[in-house]
Ligand binder design. Sequence first.
Ligand code: ADP
Ligand code: MG
Length: 728
Amino acid sequence: MSDLRFKSVMEASTRKAVKVEKPEKRVEQYYAEKVFNRQKMFQYLPAKAYEALVDAIDNKKPLSREVADSVADGMKRWALDNGVTHYTHWFQPMTGGTAEKHDSFIDHDGKGSVIENFSGKLLVQQEPDASSFPNGGIRNTFEARGYSAWDISSPAFIVGTTLCIPTIFISYTGESLDYKTPFLKALNAVDKAATRVAKYFDPNVKHVISYLGWEQEYFLVDEALFAARPDLTMTGRTLMGHESAKNQQLEDHYFGSIPSRVEAFMLDLEIESHKLGIPVKTRHNEVAPNQFELAPIYEEANLANDHNLLIMTVMNEVARKHNFRVLFHEKPFAGVNGSGKHNNWSLGTDNGKQLFSPGKTPHDNLEFLVFLSNVMNAVHKHNALLKASIMSATNSHRLGANEAPPAIISMFLGSGVSGLLDSIEKNDYEAMKVQGKEGLTLGVSQIPEIFLDNTDRNRTSPFAFTGNRFEYRAVGSSANCATALIALNAAVAYELEDFADRVDARLKKGEQLEKALFAEARENILKSRPIHFDGNGYSDEWVVEAQDRGLDTESSAPLMFDAYLYDSSVEMFEKMGIFSKKELIARNEVKWEMYTKKVQIESRVLGDLAINHIIPAAVNYQGRLLDNLYKINQLFPTDKAQKIGNADYDSVEKISDHINQVRDLVKEMIENRKKANVIESQRDKAIAYHDSVAPLMEKIRYHIDHLELMVDNEIWPLPKYRELLFIR
Ligand code: ADP
Ligand code: MG
């Protein structure tokens, strides 16, 4: 075994099982202790400032300068009481993850010393040097200013000795440079539109809240093994590696007990998350070996998304304490399941009604039907856009890879809801018997009660109705959920506005309200029919059928991004006030650029590994075989030598064939990279990388994986799948 592989395997496999220590305190005693929540605000702010801040948060009002100063002062005192020395505006750049620039509280006191200062101005706004973030050409270099501004709906928190202030990040000219800004706009749009529609049923509704409950899947790999795999350290996934003899065939991991080292990590992670006010609740093994999942109780979507981004950072830190590394990549290992981040999404009114919950009365069911049918319409109309919104260089390896949602967006509704839709399609309202008191149940009494069967769950659907919410499963494990939820909430907002316009037009003509609602909901259902698919999303027939239904079946990520610039998308985003066309163009430039860079890095790492690690090992082994053959020929007569050395002759030939192929393919890949690199247009460059670089990586891998099977285990340089996936 190569020294590095040997050492790493020894180190990883001799780690001691750990005793999982229960926390000393009860969770209520430390929950949210690192969050400047209302309780801390109340404690640290003057009464007037507290009231003004709460009012601003609840009613989405701007903060006055005096209030901001007062809040900043209280926040600083709380932070100093908790040992904080620095503060940062924490934001979500388009490149993914989160970004921060730390400043300490110190300021000159005018007497040659310093004081710890933090003003409202610094709390509310900062100017990080934005030139180092790609912006798709929005910001010219002479205008490299970007502003970050406090998002008061997400509370400040402490990580280590730093006070983190969740912020939006925008350009000097007002275009968003992050995920949070458009996300907040989309949430506002859906609030406005859904409130308008919810008021038909309950005039007291003031707001509609969009909820998110994410389920984060991830892999854990021992740190020592991780360090011995340059592909994992540089790209987050293995670019080579033959399947191990055992992987997930026995399906013994999902229900297996959680290994003690992993459990200790999870417990530590839960404590840290709870201190940060992240309501983590569920943890379990996933399908693949060394794959796990973590899910909190759902929250208002903006906060839930901040919590997801924060927890990804916390996971990285806690994992290192336990000598693990977390893999968030969507497909770190070929041949076993990839990782997603299911987004459980729902809408609810401020007075506590879940809008995707079918009720017992026809009235409730009509409301359910109205909201459901608008989601169906939105997902149908924008199925290509929704797919683009979950697409990335990394998630493209997972989609359609047999155990993950296919690269086609469809909606699973289950037999209960399907039955309802069928009967509504068939029922012409006019033909329906009109009855009921004060017209309340007029006609709508024909809506059958919906029986939901909880076992009726289709795991192959990218977008499934699960009883009171939708589970958007296509979202990748490394993604910022905002990308998917901006598109979804915006598209649904647009449909709801359009729906309300149509209903209002009918009301103007004197039509009865419930009749109008029913008629337009039915219209939605008829129009969006092709999006509804309860069958097996993994089957080959589905691809053909989806094409017939006119659904988008493109599988090239760079081409999918085009959907952001379709007329229907631009119109929808502009009308909902979320993105201008200029922003959409700029953001797509970033998407293409990111795609290219990811594939480019992978291709370089693969080339290096192939030439510097794999071929030398293969040549070494080939040399040993040749030595052996030489000796056989020295000792035995030719015909006997031929016989004895038969298998080795064969191996030498096969190995040299693989070696030559790897060399040639790497050369070709480098040539293709060079050609792609000089392409001006980001879109065309990404397409070139997709079409001419990525496929060669697969071919190179094929030969390397075959070499792995032939070359003496002793000299194979990289930890193998059986080591990466089974040592824990
Ligand atoms: P499963 O793996 O069976 O899909 P989990 O329990 O792992 O379910 O995760 C379900 C997620 O859905 C949790 O985060 C949960 O809080 C969330 N959830 C439950 N109800 C809603 C709802 N109405 N809106 C949004 N999310 C919800
Ligand atoms: Mg789950």
